[in-house]
Design a protein around this ligand. Structure first.
Ligand code: FAD
Length: 293
């Protein structure tokens, strides 16, 4: 496939670990950071037409990449980063950082995105994951999305066209989000900033942010906490190579240096098996595991 005349960075044999907050992953055959949706659609349709595997990611804060070579094209959305404010509404490209958007909203005295303080993903990743914290989530503030379908068509959907649940959205694996429109409310700048700073302090106190990680590894089962069950089952601090169940928060697996995807996958599987055996609870991964081809 000829990748010529495109705007945006293009790399071959690029280390996936640089694209993931876990700092894990082997080489990707081709990585493309599109700067506009036209180039994105062009590459998507060409790759599909030629049967070349193509995948898309944001800031890689909820991803386990394989250590094996990843063939085909890996699209990273972080250059789709335009922002347009119109009073209490903001239209943003999918590649904007949610945390940065939340900071900008606070600076403008707009409320609604406080929960995004410290969530390291992009707006696109946050929409498909229905990211949230402290009782708030994307679905509370999202008004519209612009997407590219798997057939390469561009569509605008209203929030009512989508279904959301706990860390899930009907668009997941069905479309690439290009833009989101958020409806915020007027608030008091200082109290918004105060709330966000409290949220950040809570994160620093409870999460192992000093090591590469991908946030919560498992979804919380209904009415319970994955971290509580994993800790109770005795997994806190356990290591497979450099992959360790965090000593600070048992639902985080940290990379102590050279953890591999295989070590993390084995920890995930063994924790699932053990918690199922001991408590009859099925833990489902929240992180997206990219399988080697
Ligand atoms: C320290 C830390 C704390 C975290 N805290 C929270 C938290 O409090 N709450 C929470 O919900 N999450 C949290 N996360 C997880 C993560 O930040 C979110 O899930 C985030 O929304 C993922 O966005 P991303 O851009 O990094 O997506 P990626 O990890 O790059 O991708 C995740 C999935 O989304 C898909 N995707 C990415 N971009 C798009 C797009 N534009 N269109 C369609 N699909 C797309 C990918 O294909 C993949 O399946 C945390 C992570 C870390 C590392």
């Amino acid at each position: 496939m000829k990748l010529q005349g495109l705007n945006g960075r293009l790399e071959h044999n690029f280390p996936l670990k640089k694209l993931s907050t876990w700092r894990i992953g082997g080489l990707a055959e081709t990585v493309f950071w599109p700067q506009n949706e036209e180039d994105l659609v062009k590459v998507w349709l060409e790759a599909k037409g030629e049967g070349i595997p193509i995948r898309f990611f944001g800031r890689g804060s909820n991803i386990l990449f394989p250590n094996e070579f990843l063939p085909g094209i890996t699209i990273i959305t972080t250059q789709l980063n335009q922002t347009h404010w119109d009073e209490q509404q903001v239209k943003v490209g999918a590649g904007i950082s949610l945390a940065a958007l939340a900071r900008e909203a606070a600076q403008r005295g707009l409320t609604g995105l406080e929960f995004g303080a410290g969530i390291p993903g992009t707006v696109g990743g946050a929409i498909v994951m229905n990211a949230g914290a402290h009782g708030g989530s994307i679905e509370d503030v999202l008004a519209k999305v612009k997407i590219m379908t798997m057939a390469g068509e561009i569509k605008v959907l209203e929030k009512e066209d989508l279904e959301f649940g706990y860390r899930k959205c009907s668009l997941r694996d069905q479309a690439l989000i290009l833009e989101g429109v958020f409806q915020l409310g007027k608030g008091d700048r200082e109290s918004i900033k105060q709330t966000m700073s409290e949220y950040l302090s809570k994160r620093k106190a409870s999460q192992p942010l000093e090591y590469p990680n991908a946030g919560s590894v498992f979804r919380n089962p209904p009415g319970d906490s994955a971290g509580r069950l994993i800790e109770k089952a005795g997994w806190k601090g356990k290591k497979y190579g450099d992959a360790q169940v965090s000593e600070k928060h048992a639902n985080f697996i940290v990379n102590l240096g050279n953890a591999t995807a295989c070590q993390v996958r084995s920890l995930i599987e063994d924790i699932q098996k053990d918690v199922q055996e001991k408590y009859g609870v099925e833990l489902k991964p929240e992180v997206c595991i990219v399988k080697p081809e």
